[in-house]
Design a protein around this ligand. Structure first.
Ligand code: FRU
Length: 517
Protein backbone atom coordinates (compact mmCIF):
# COMPACT_ATOMS: atom_id res chain seq x y z
CA UNK A 1 0.00 0.00 0.00
CA UNK A 2 1.38 3.36 -1.06
CA UNK A 3 0.11 5.34 1.91
CA UNK A 4 1.42 3.15 4.68
CA UNK A 5 4.57 5.17 5.46
CA UNK A 6 2.84 8.54 5.65
CA UNK A 7 2.55 9.89 9.17
CA UNK A 8 -0.84 11.45 9.42
CA UNK A 9 -3.02 12.90 12.20
CA UNK A 10 -5.25 10.65 14.27
CA UNK A 11 -8.84 9.95 13.31
CA UNK A 12 -10.09 12.28 16.04
CA UNK A 13 -7.81 15.10 14.87
CA UNK A 14 -9.08 14.70 11.33
CA UNK A 15 -12.70 14.66 12.54
CA UNK A 16 -12.06 17.87 14.53
CA UNK A 17 -10.45 19.55 11.53
CA UNK A 18 -13.39 18.60 9.31
CA UNK A 19 -15.92 19.89 11.85
CA UNK A 20 -14.06 23.21 12.05
CA UNK A 21 -14.13 23.54 8.28
CA UNK A 22 -17.92 23.09 8.16
CA UNK A 23 -18.39 25.36 11.16
CA UNK A 24 -16.51 28.18 9.43
CA UNK A 25 -19.08 28.54 6.61
CA UNK A 26 -22.33 27.32 8.11
CA UNK A 27 -23.58 30.86 8.86
CA UNK A 28 -23.22 31.80 5.21
CA UNK A 29 -25.19 28.73 4.15
CA UNK A 30 -27.90 29.36 6.75
CA UNK A 31 -28.62 32.71 5.07
CA UNK A 32 -28.83 31.34 1.54
CA UNK A 33 -32.36 31.94 0.18
CA UNK A 34 -32.05 28.66 -1.75
CA UNK A 35 -31.28 26.61 1.34
CA UNK A 36 -34.00 23.99 1.75
CA UNK A 37 -36.46 24.66 4.55
CA UNK A 38 -37.49 21.13 5.45
CA UNK A 39 -35.26 18.77 3.46
CA UNK A 40 -32.21 17.49 5.25
CA UNK A 41 -28.91 18.94 4.06
CA UNK A 42 -25.49 19.38 5.69
CA UNK A 43 -24.73 22.59 7.62
CA UNK A 44 -22.42 23.35 4.68
CA UNK A 45 -20.63 21.85 1.68
CA UNK A 46 -21.18 18.69 -0.32
CA UNK A 47 -23.32 15.67 0.50
CA UNK A 48 -24.27 12.58 -1.48
CA UNK A 49 -25.63 9.16 -0.44
CA UNK A 50 -27.52 8.63 2.82
CA UNK A 51 -25.54 6.12 4.92
CA UNK A 52 -26.13 4.13 8.06
CA UNK A 53 -29.84 4.87 8.42
CA UNK A 54 -30.96 3.34 11.69
CA UNK A 55 -33.53 3.69 14.44
CA UNK A 56 -31.37 3.27 17.53
CA UNK A 57 -32.49 3.69 21.15
CA UNK A 58 -35.56 5.70 20.22
CA UNK A 59 -33.84 8.06 17.76
CA UNK A 60 -33.39 8.16 14.01
CA UNK A 61 -29.78 8.44 12.82
CA UNK A 62 -28.85 9.66 9.39
CA UNK A 63 -25.24 9.55 8.21
CA UNK A 64 -24.25 10.86 4.80
CA UNK A 65 -21.40 10.96 2.32
CA UNK A 66 -19.85 14.33 2.95
CA UNK A 67 -16.99 16.48 1.75
CA UNK A 68 -16.46 18.90 4.65
CA UNK A 69 -13.94 20.95 2.66
CA UNK A 70 -15.96 22.09 -0.33
CA UNK A 71 -19.23 22.11 -2.25
CA UNK A 72 -18.24 19.37 -4.70
CA UNK A 73 -17.37 15.71 -4.23
CA UNK A 74 -14.01 15.14 -2.51
CA UNK A 75 -12.44 12.73 -0.02
CA UNK A 76 -15.45 11.21 1.65
CA UNK A 77 -16.32 11.60 5.32
CA UNK A 78 -19.48 10.44 7.07
CA UNK A 79 -21.58 13.37 8.26
CA UNK A 80 -24.05 12.58 11.03
CA UNK A 81 -27.42 13.86 12.31
CA UNK A 82 -30.21 12.50 14.45
CA UNK A 83 -33.91 13.09 14.84
CA UNK A 84 -36.76 12.16 17.11
CA UNK A 85 -39.44 12.53 14.43
CA UNK A 86 -37.77 12.13 10.99
CA UNK A 87 -38.54 15.80 10.31
CA UNK A 88 -36.41 17.91 12.66
CA UNK A 89 -32.72 17.02 12.58
CA UNK A 90 -29.94 17.78 15.02
CA UNK A 91 -26.47 17.97 13.55
CA UNK A 92 -23.85 15.83 15.28
CA UNK A 93 -20.06 15.85 14.82
CA UNK A 94 -18.72 14.13 11.74
CA UNK A 95 -18.59 10.39 12.46
CA UNK A 96 -15.92 9.11 10.09
CA UNK A 97 -12.96 10.84 8.47
CA UNK A 98 -10.48 9.17 6.11
CA UNK A 99 -7.54 8.43 8.40
CA UNK A 100 -6.10 4.97 7.81
CA UNK A 101 -4.23 3.15 5.08
CA UNK A 102 -7.44 1.44 4.09
CA UNK A 103 -9.61 4.56 3.69
CA UNK A 104 -7.29 7.53 3.17
CA UNK A 105 -6.64 9.13 -0.18
CA UNK A 106 -8.03 11.94 -2.25
CA UNK A 107 -9.94 9.80 -4.75
CA UNK A 108 -11.69 7.86 -2.04
CA UNK A 109 -12.23 8.07 1.67
CA UNK A 110 -14.97 6.45 3.71
CA UNK A 111 -17.52 5.38 1.11
CA UNK A 112 -21.14 4.37 1.64
CA UNK A 113 -22.36 1.73 4.03
CA UNK A 114 -24.82 0.88 6.74
CA UNK A 115 -25.39 0.78 10.51
CA UNK A 116 -26.58 -1.99 12.80
CA UNK A 117 -27.34 -2.43 16.48
CA UNK A 118 -24.91 -5.18 17.53
CA UNK A 119 -26.43 -6.14 20.83
CA UNK A 120 -26.35 -2.51 22.01
CA UNK A 121 -23.12 -1.55 20.23
CA UNK A 122 -23.68 1.08 17.52
CA UNK A 123 -21.79 -0.40 14.56
CA UNK A 124 -21.03 1.08 11.13
CA UNK A 125 -19.94 -1.01 8.16
CA UNK A 126 -18.49 1.05 5.32
CA UNK A 127 -16.30 0.81 2.25
CA UNK A 128 -12.69 1.89 2.58
CA UNK A 129 -10.64 2.82 -0.45
CA UNK A 130 -7.00 1.83 -0.79
CA UNK A 131 -4.61 3.35 -3.27
CA UNK A 132 -2.28 0.57 -4.35
CA UNK A 133 1.28 0.74 -5.66
CA UNK A 134 0.17 0.42 -9.27
CA UNK A 135 -2.14 3.45 -8.85
CA UNK A 136 -5.28 1.30 -8.84
CA UNK A 137 -7.91 1.90 -6.19
CA UNK A 138 -9.00 -1.14 -4.23
CA UNK A 139 -12.29 -1.09 -2.31
CA UNK A 140 -12.50 -2.94 0.99
CA UNK A 141 -15.11 -3.31 3.74
CA UNK A 142 -14.50 -1.88 7.21
CA UNK A 143 -16.12 -1.61 10.64
CA UNK A 144 -16.34 1.21 13.20
CA UNK A 145 -18.19 1.27 16.51
CA UNK A 146 -19.42 3.75 19.08
CA UNK A 147 -20.54 3.47 22.68
CA UNK A 148 -22.05 6.98 22.84
CA UNK A 149 -23.54 7.16 19.33
CA UNK A 150 -21.36 10.21 18.53
CA UNK A 151 -17.68 9.26 18.51
CA UNK A 152 -16.75 6.32 16.32
CA UNK A 153 -13.64 4.15 16.59
CA UNK A 154 -12.41 2.17 13.64
CA UNK A 155 -11.90 -1.53 14.25
CA UNK A 156 -8.15 -2.27 14.55
CA UNK A 157 -8.58 -5.42 12.43
CA UNK A 158 -9.88 -3.45 9.42
CA UNK A 159 -10.45 -4.13 6.62
CA UNK A 160 -12.79 -6.97 7.51
CA UNK A 161 -13.06 -7.89 3.83
CA UNK A 162 -9.92 -6.91 1.96
CA UNK A 163 -10.45 -8.44 -1.48
CA UNK A 164 -13.42 -8.70 -3.82
CA UNK A 165 -14.57 -12.30 -4.35
CA UNK A 166 -14.05 -14.11 -7.63
CA UNK A 167 -17.49 -12.98 -8.87
CA UNK A 168 -16.70 -9.29 -8.29
CA UNK A 169 -14.13 -6.70 -9.35
CA UNK A 170 -12.31 -3.66 -7.95
CA UNK A 171 -15.70 -1.90 -7.91
CA UNK A 172 -16.76 -3.47 -4.65
CA UNK A 173 -18.64 -1.14 -2.35
CA UNK A 174 -21.62 0.06 -0.31
CA UNK A 175 -22.25 -2.80 2.16
CA UNK A 176 -25.79 -3.14 3.49
CA UNK A 177 -25.96 -5.38 6.56
CA UNK A 178 -28.93 -7.05 8.25
CA UNK A 179 -29.59 -9.90 10.63
CA UNK A 180 -31.56 -13.00 9.72
CA UNK A 181 -32.15 -15.31 12.66
CA UNK A 182 -28.74 -15.32 14.39
CA UNK A 183 -26.61 -14.60 11.36
CA UNK A 184 -25.45 -11.27 9.94
CA UNK A 185 -25.72 -10.89 6.17
CA UNK A 186 -24.08 -8.28 3.98
CA UNK A 187 -24.83 -7.39 0.37
CA UNK A 188 -22.10 -5.49 -1.50
CA UNK A 189 -22.45 -3.75 -4.89
CA UNK A 190 -20.07 -4.87 -7.61
CA UNK A 191 -19.75 -5.85 -11.27
CA UNK A 192 -17.99 -8.22 -13.61
CA UNK A 193 -17.86 -8.36 -17.40
CA UNK A 194 -20.11 -5.33 -17.72
CA UNK A 195 -22.88 -6.68 -15.49
CA UNK A 196 -23.96 -5.18 -12.17
CA UNK A 197 -23.99 -7.63 -9.25
CA UNK A 198 -25.10 -7.83 -5.63
CA UNK A 199 -22.69 -10.07 -3.70
CA UNK A 200 -23.71 -11.84 -0.51
CA UNK A 201 -21.62 -12.48 2.63
CA UNK A 202 -22.44 -13.85 6.07
CA UNK A 203 -20.92 -13.58 9.52
CA UNK A 204 -21.61 -14.38 13.16
CA UNK A 205 -19.69 -11.41 14.62
CA UNK A 206 -19.55 -8.65 11.94
CA UNK A 207 -15.75 -9.09 11.81
CA UNK A 208 -15.23 -12.49 10.13
CA UNK A 209 -17.12 -12.71 6.87
CA UNK A 210 -17.69 -15.70 4.57
CA UNK A 211 -18.54 -15.16 0.95
CA UNK A 212 -21.83 -16.86 0.06
CA UNK A 213 -22.21 -16.01 -3.64
CA UNK A 214 -24.07 -13.80 -6.09
CA UNK A 215 -27.36 -12.74 -4.52
CA UNK A 216 -28.58 -11.30 -7.86
CA UNK A 217 -27.06 -9.85 -11.01
CA UNK A 218 -27.94 -7.95 -14.14
CA UNK A 219 -28.90 -10.04 -17.15
CA UNK A 220 -26.99 -7.53 -19.27
CA UNK A 221 -29.84 -5.02 -19.49
CA UNK A 222 -29.87 -3.72 -15.93
CA UNK A 223 -26.68 -1.75 -15.66
CA UNK A 224 -22.93 -2.28 -15.72
CA UNK A 225 -22.31 -1.73 -12.00
CA UNK A 226 -24.76 -1.88 -9.08
CA UNK A 227 -24.13 0.83 -6.53
CA UNK A 228 -25.75 0.98 -3.10
CA UNK A 229 -27.65 -2.31 -3.01
CA UNK A 230 -30.35 -2.51 -0.36
CA UNK A 231 -32.09 -5.77 0.49
CA UNK A 232 -34.92 -6.35 2.94
CA UNK A 233 -38.08 -8.36 3.64
CA UNK A 234 -41.43 -6.68 3.03
CA UNK A 235 -44.58 -8.66 3.76
CA UNK A 236 -43.85 -12.20 2.61
CA UNK A 237 -41.47 -11.02 -0.13
CA UNK A 238 -37.93 -9.69 -0.37
CA UNK A 239 -37.02 -6.46 -2.14
CA UNK A 240 -33.69 -5.62 -3.78
CA UNK A 241 -33.04 -1.96 -4.61
CA UNK A 242 -29.95 -0.97 -6.61
CA UNK A 243 -28.61 2.20 -8.23
CA UNK A 244 -27.30 0.88 -11.54
CA UNK A 245 -24.59 2.67 -13.50
CA UNK A 246 -24.97 2.67 -17.28
CA UNK A 247 -28.76 2.34 -17.45
CA UNK A 248 -29.60 5.80 -18.85
CA UNK A 249 -32.53 7.39 -17.09
CA UNK A 250 -33.17 4.35 -14.92
CA UNK A 251 -31.48 5.78 -11.87
CA UNK A 252 -32.74 3.44 -9.16
CA UNK A 253 -34.57 0.18 -9.76
CA UNK A 254 -36.20 -2.37 -7.50
CA UNK A 255 -37.01 -6.03 -7.80
CA UNK A 256 -39.58 -7.85 -5.68
CA UNK A 257 -39.08 -11.59 -5.31
CA UNK A 258 -38.10 -14.46 -3.07
CA UNK A 259 -35.00 -15.14 -1.04
CA UNK A 260 -33.55 -18.58 -0.52
CA UNK A 261 -31.11 -18.37 2.40
CA UNK A 262 -30.10 -21.99 1.66
CA UNK A 263 -28.61 -21.09 -1.73
CA UNK A 264 -28.08 -17.37 -1.03
CA UNK A 265 -29.99 -16.54 -4.18
CA UNK A 266 -32.70 -13.93 -4.67
CA UNK A 267 -35.08 -14.45 -7.59
CA UNK A 268 -37.50 -12.01 -9.17
CA UNK A 269 -39.00 -11.74 -12.61
CA UNK A 270 -39.20 -8.02 -13.28
CA UNK A 271 -37.85 -4.67 -12.25
CA UNK A 272 -39.53 -1.29 -11.70
CA UNK A 273 -38.40 2.27 -11.14
CA UNK A 274 -38.10 3.63 -7.64
CA UNK A 275 -38.42 7.24 -8.79
CA UNK A 276 -38.99 8.74 -12.24
CA UNK A 277 -37.54 12.20 -11.53
CA UNK A 278 -34.18 13.66 -12.45
CA UNK A 279 -32.75 13.65 -8.97
CA UNK A 280 -33.05 10.57 -6.86
CA UNK A 281 -30.16 8.20 -6.28
CA UNK A 282 -28.52 5.79 -3.84
CA UNK A 283 -31.51 5.41 -1.49
CA UNK A 284 -31.24 3.36 1.66
CA UNK A 285 -34.00 1.86 3.79
CA UNK A 286 -34.34 0.90 7.44
CA UNK A 287 -36.94 -0.44 9.82
CA UNK A 288 -38.17 1.92 12.52
CA UNK A 289 -39.71 1.38 15.96
CA UNK A 290 -43.21 1.18 14.46
CA UNK A 291 -42.19 -1.55 12.02
CA UNK A 292 -42.21 0.84 9.06
CA UNK A 293 -39.75 0.30 6.22
CA UNK A 294 -38.55 3.84 5.51
CA UNK A 295 -36.48 5.01 2.55
CA UNK A 296 -34.40 8.17 2.12
CA UNK A 297 -32.55 8.97 -1.11
CA UNK A 298 -29.98 11.52 -2.22
CA UNK A 299 -31.85 14.12 -4.30
CA UNK A 300 -29.25 14.46 -7.01
CA UNK A 301 -27.64 12.14 -9.48
CA UNK A 302 -24.26 11.74 -11.09
CA UNK A 303 -24.88 12.11 -14.78
CA UNK A 304 -25.25 15.84 -15.04
CA UNK A 305 -21.65 16.19 -16.05
CA UNK A 306 -19.56 18.28 -16.16
CA UNK A 307 -19.74 18.69 -12.44
CA UNK A 308 -19.20 22.41 -12.15
CA UNK A 309 -22.37 23.00 -14.15
CA UNK A 310 -24.26 19.94 -13.10
CA UNK A 311 -24.92 20.38 -9.46
CA UNK A 312 -26.57 23.75 -9.76
CA UNK A 313 -26.01 27.24 -8.45
CA UNK A 314 -26.00 26.38 -4.72
CA UNK A 315 -22.38 25.30 -5.18
CA UNK A 316 -21.44 28.97 -5.35
CA UNK A 317 -22.96 29.40 -1.91
CA UNK A 318 -20.92 26.64 -0.27
CA UNK A 319 -23.36 23.79 -0.33
CA UNK A 320 -24.69 21.06 -2.58
CA UNK A 321 -27.03 18.16 -2.02
CA UNK A 322 -30.19 17.38 -0.08
CA UNK A 323 -31.95 14.23 1.06
CA UNK A 324 -35.46 13.37 -0.12
CA UNK A 325 -38.32 13.42 2.34
CA UNK A 326 -38.50 10.04 4.11
CA UNK A 327 -40.90 7.63 2.37
CA UNK A 328 -42.70 4.63 3.83
CA UNK A 329 -42.61 1.54 1.63
CA UNK A 330 -45.36 -1.02 1.23
CA UNK A 331 -46.42 -3.54 -1.41
CA UNK A 332 -49.63 -3.30 -3.42
CA UNK A 333 -51.65 -6.31 -4.52
CA UNK A 334 -49.71 -6.47 -7.84
CA UNK A 335 -46.41 -6.81 -6.02
CA UNK A 336 -45.34 -3.23 -6.74
CA UNK A 337 -43.82 -0.86 -4.24
CA UNK A 338 -45.84 2.05 -2.92
CA UNK A 339 -43.93 5.08 -1.63
CA UNK A 340 -45.64 7.47 0.75
CA UNK A 341 -44.21 10.50 2.53
CA UNK A 342 -43.99 9.87 6.28
CA UNK A 343 -47.01 11.09 8.26
CA UNK A 344 -44.71 13.12 10.51
CA UNK A 345 -44.30 15.70 7.75
CA UNK A 346 -47.84 16.86 8.50
CA UNK A 347 -46.40 18.54 11.61
CA UNK A 348 -44.88 21.17 9.30
CA UNK A 349 -48.25 22.27 7.93
CA UNK A 350 -49.21 25.83 8.76
CA UNK A 351 -51.55 28.12 6.86
CA UNK A 352 -54.04 26.02 4.90
CA UNK A 353 -56.56 26.66 2.16
CA UNK A 354 -58.97 24.11 0.80
CA UNK A 355 -61.20 24.19 -2.25
CA UNK A 356 -63.70 21.58 -3.36
CA UNK A 357 -65.57 20.69 -6.56
CA UNK A 358 -64.63 23.24 -9.16
CA UNK A 359 -63.72 23.25 -12.82
CA UNK A 360 -60.51 24.26 -14.50
CA UNK A 361 -61.64 25.72 -17.77
CA UNK A 362 -59.55 25.57 -20.92
CA UNK A 363 -56.61 27.94 -21.06
CA UNK A 364 -57.66 29.78 -17.94
CA UNK A 365 -54.87 31.12 -15.79
CA UNK A 366 -54.30 32.93 -12.55
CA UNK A 367 -56.86 30.62 -10.98
CA UNK A 368 -55.03 30.65 -7.69
CA UNK A 369 -54.90 34.42 -7.54
CA UNK A 370 -52.39 35.57 -4.97
CA UNK A 371 -51.28 32.11 -3.97
CA UNK A 372 -47.56 31.83 -3.94
CA UNK A 373 -44.74 30.21 -2.06
CA UNK A 374 -41.58 28.15 -2.24
CA UNK A 375 -42.14 25.88 0.79
CA UNK A 376 -45.48 24.29 0.04
CA UNK A 377 -47.40 21.07 0.20
CA UNK A 378 -50.11 20.73 -2.44
CA UNK A 379 -52.66 17.94 -2.82
CA UNK A 380 -54.86 18.10 -5.91
CA UNK A 381 -57.42 15.48 -6.85
CA UNK A 382 -58.61 15.57 -10.46
CA UNK A 383 -61.76 13.83 -11.69
CA UNK A 384 -61.10 12.14 -15.04
CA UNK A 385 -64.69 10.93 -15.57
CA UNK A 386 -65.85 14.07 -17.28
CA UNK A 387 -62.45 15.38 -18.35
CA UNK A 388 -62.07 16.45 -21.98
CA UNK A 389 -58.77 18.29 -21.58
CA UNK A 390 -55.63 17.07 -23.37
CA UNK A 391 -53.38 18.19 -20.57
CA UNK A 392 -53.86 19.64 -17.15
CA UNK A 393 -51.81 20.17 -14.03
CA UNK A 394 -49.85 22.66 -11.98
CA UNK A 395 -47.41 25.40 -12.84
CA UNK A 396 -45.00 25.92 -9.98
CA UNK A 397 -42.34 28.44 -9.02
CA UNK A 398 -43.51 30.86 -11.70
CA UNK A 399 -41.90 34.27 -12.09
CA UNK A 400 -44.28 37.19 -12.54
CA UNK A 401 -43.06 37.73 -16.12
CA UNK A 402 -43.78 34.06 -16.96
CA UNK A 403 -40.18 33.35 -17.94
CA UNK A 404 -39.59 30.81 -15.19
CA UNK A 405 -42.07 27.96 -14.75
CA UNK A 406 -42.01 24.32 -13.74
CA UNK A 407 -44.85 22.07 -14.89
CA UNK A 408 -46.29 18.97 -13.28
CA UNK A 409 -48.94 17.90 -15.76
CA UNK A 410 -50.93 14.90 -16.96
CA UNK A 411 -51.46 14.09 -20.62
CA UNK A 412 -54.78 12.29 -20.99
CA UNK A 413 -54.02 10.78 -24.41
CA UNK A 414 -50.58 9.41 -23.57
CA UNK A 415 -51.68 8.67 -19.96
CA UNK A 416 -48.42 10.17 -18.83
CA UNK A 417 -47.33 12.35 -15.99
CA UNK A 418 -44.89 14.93 -17.31
CA UNK A 419 -42.43 17.03 -15.35
CA UNK A 420 -41.02 20.01 -17.26
CA UNK A 421 -38.33 22.26 -15.94
CA UNK A 422 -37.29 23.83 -19.20
CA UNK A 423 -38.46 27.33 -18.46
CA UNK A 424 -35.79 27.94 -15.89
CA UNK A 425 -32.27 28.40 -17.13
CA UNK A 426 -30.04 26.96 -19.78
CA UNK A 427 -28.74 24.11 -17.63
CA UNK A 428 -32.15 22.73 -16.70
CA UNK A 429 -33.73 22.14 -20.08
CA UNK A 430 -35.30 18.77 -19.66
CA UNK A 431 -38.48 16.78 -19.39
CA UNK A 432 -39.27 13.57 -17.54
CA UNK A 433 -42.35 11.45 -18.18
CA UNK A 434 -43.86 8.27 -16.89
CA UNK A 435 -47.00 6.23 -17.47
CA UNK A 436 -49.67 6.52 -14.83
CA UNK A 437 -52.38 3.89 -14.83
CA UNK A 438 -55.67 5.41 -13.76
CA UNK A 439 -57.73 2.98 -11.70
CA UNK A 440 -61.48 2.42 -11.78
CA UNK A 441 -62.38 5.43 -9.69
CA UNK A 442 -60.90 7.57 -12.45
CA UNK A 443 -59.15 10.07 -10.25
CA UNK A 444 -55.64 11.41 -10.39
CA UNK A 445 -54.17 12.58 -7.13
CA UNK A 446 -51.01 14.66 -7.16
CA UNK A 447 -49.32 15.18 -3.82
CA UNK A 448 -46.50 17.66 -4.23
CA UNK A 449 -43.78 18.91 -1.88
CA UNK A 450 -42.02 22.09 -2.94
CA UNK A 451 -38.96 23.26 -1.05
CA UNK A 452 -36.88 26.10 -2.53
CA UNK A 453 -34.86 24.00 -5.03
CA UNK A 454 -36.78 20.75 -4.97
CA UNK A 455 -40.07 19.26 -6.13
CA UNK A 456 -41.29 15.78 -5.14
CA UNK A 457 -44.47 14.48 -6.72
CA UNK A 458 -46.31 11.46 -5.27
CA UNK A 459 -48.96 10.20 -7.67
CA UNK A 460 -52.07 8.25 -6.66
CA UNK A 461 -51.01 7.50 -3.08
CA UNK A 462 -47.39 6.78 -4.00
CA UNK A 463 -47.76 4.37 -6.93
CA UNK A 464 -45.39 6.61 -8.87
CA UNK A 465 -42.92 9.21 -7.58
CA UNK A 466 -40.93 11.91 -9.36
CA UNK A 467 -38.25 13.87 -7.54
CA UNK A 468 -36.30 16.68 -9.13
CA UNK A 469 -34.29 19.75 -8.37
CA UNK A 470 -35.08 23.08 -9.97
CA UNK A 471 -33.21 26.35 -9.68
CA UNK A 472 -35.58 29.24 -10.36
CA UNK A 473 -34.71 32.56 -8.81
CA UNK A 474 -35.84 32.69 -5.16
CA UNK A 475 -38.45 35.34 -6.02
CA UNK A 476 -40.26 33.06 -8.51
CA UNK A 477 -42.98 31.73 -6.25
CA UNK A 478 -46.16 31.74 -8.31
CA UNK A 479 -48.37 28.66 -8.47
CA UNK A 480 -51.28 28.04 -10.81
CA UNK A 481 -53.50 25.27 -12.19
CA UNK A 482 -54.15 24.94 -15.89
CA UNK A 483 -56.03 22.90 -18.43
CA UNK A 484 -55.40 22.72 -22.18
CA UNK A 485 -57.78 21.56 -24.89
CA UNK A 486 -60.81 21.22 -22.59
CA UNK A 487 -62.01 21.20 -19.03
CA UNK A 488 -61.09 19.13 -16.01
CA UNK A 489 -62.93 19.00 -12.72
CA UNK A 490 -61.09 19.16 -9.45
CA UNK A 491 -62.57 17.18 -6.59
CA UNK A 492 -60.38 18.97 -4.07
CA UNK A 493 -57.34 21.13 -3.75
CA UNK A 494 -55.38 21.65 -0.54
CA UNK A 495 -52.42 23.95 -0.15
CA UNK A 496 -50.33 24.33 2.98
CA UNK A 497 -47.52 26.64 3.84
CA UNK A 498 -44.81 24.46 5.39
CA UNK A 499 -42.72 25.61 8.29
CA UNK A 500 -38.94 25.51 8.20
CA UNK A 501 -37.27 22.87 10.35
CA UNK A 502 -34.30 25.17 11.01
CA UNK A 503 -34.77 27.50 13.95
CA UNK A 504 -33.01 30.46 12.39
CA UNK A 505 -35.03 30.26 9.16
CA UNK A 506 -38.16 32.39 9.38
CA UNK A 507 -38.49 33.14 5.71
CA UNK A 508 -40.99 30.54 4.44
CA UNK A 509 -43.61 32.80 2.96
CA UNK A 510 -46.87 32.37 1.18
CA UNK A 511 -49.81 34.58 0.70
CA UNK A 512 -53.14 32.84 0.64
CA UNK A 513 -55.53 35.72 0.23
CA UNK A 514 -58.16 33.90 -1.76
CA UNK A 515 -60.42 31.91 0.48
CA UNK A 516 -62.48 30.26 -2.28
CA UNK A 517 -63.34 30.39 -5.96
C1 FRU B 1 -23.05 6.39 -5.03
C2 FRU B 1 -21.57 6.29 -4.73
C3 FRU B 1 -21.27 5.01 -3.97
C4 FRU B 1 -20.01 5.36 -3.23
C5 FRU B 1 -20.21 6.81 -2.91
C6 FRU B 1 -18.97 7.63 -2.93
O1 FRU B 1 -23.48 7.70 -5.20
O2 FRU B 1 -20.82 6.36 -5.92
O3 FRU B 1 -21.17 3.88 -4.78
O4 FRU B 1 -19.85 4.59 -2.08
O5 FRU B 1 -21.12 7.32 -3.86
O6 FRU B 1 -19.19 8.91 -2.44
Amino acid sequence: MLNSKIKRPSHQELVDKANESVESVKEVVAKDPQRCAYHFMAPAYWINDPNGLIYFRGEYHLFYQHNPYGPLWGAMHWGHAKSKDLVHWEYLPIALAPSEDYDYHERGGCFSGSAVDDNGLFTLIYTGTVLEKDGQVKQVQCVATSTDGITFTKYPGNPVINQPPVDGSSDFRDPKVWKHHDTWYMVVGSCKNGKGKALLYKSLDLRNWDYVGVLAESDGTKGTMWECPDFFPLGDKYVLIVSPMGMDNHKVIYMVGNMDYGTGRFTSDRYEEVDYGFDFYAPQTFLDGQGRRIMIGWMNSWDWMPWFKSFGPTVTNNWCGIMSVPRVLSLDSDGRLIFQPVEELKSLRRQHRQFKDFEIVQDSSNILGDFKGNCLEVIGEFDLNSCNANEFGFKLRCSSDGKEQTYVKYNTKAKELIFVRNKLDASSEEIRRCKVEISNNKTLKLHIFIDRISVEVFVNEGKVVMSSNIYPSPSSQGIDIFSHGGTVKMISLDVWQLKSIWQEDKSCTISLHRESF
